[in-house]
Write a protein that binds this ligand. Structure first.
Ligand SMILES: [Zn+2]
Length: 106
């Protein structure tokens, strides 16, 4: 049980009480849901730490993501044929670099 000071009169009241016994002011409840995003964030970070435990694995997944993004970009309709070819060339270069570095395709 935790005791907090009433914000109205300063009387120590239990956090389990819904109102101050002396003045009747409402006891502020802990907003537990405020911790939900924090908890999720921490879980996500922990998950990331387990999956990408080695810096090499992290780098690898980052490079793979960059290649994915590159191809996504390449498929963009707003590019003309010449630009698409150029971007495709850049993506292929990234892919071949990846293949050389890790011994397999991304
Ligand atoms: Zn009070």
């Amino acid at each position: 049980m935790t005791l907090i000071a009433c914000k109205e009169c300063g009387t120590e009241i239990s956090t389990k009480a819904s109102a101050c016994p002396k003045c009747g002011a409402k006891v502020p409840k802990t907003k537990w849901w405020l911790w939900v995003p924090l908890g999720l964030g921490a879980a996500f970070l922990m998950f990331g730490a387990v999956v990408g435990s080695s810096p090499e694995a992290q780098e690898k997944s980052q490079e793979r993501r960059a290649i994915d993004l590159c191809w996504e970009e390449q498929k963009r309709k707003s590019f003309d044929a010449g630009t698409q070819r150029f971007v495709a060339g850049a993506c292929e270069m990234m892919e071949s670099k990846f293949t050389q570095k890790y011994g397999h395709r991304p």
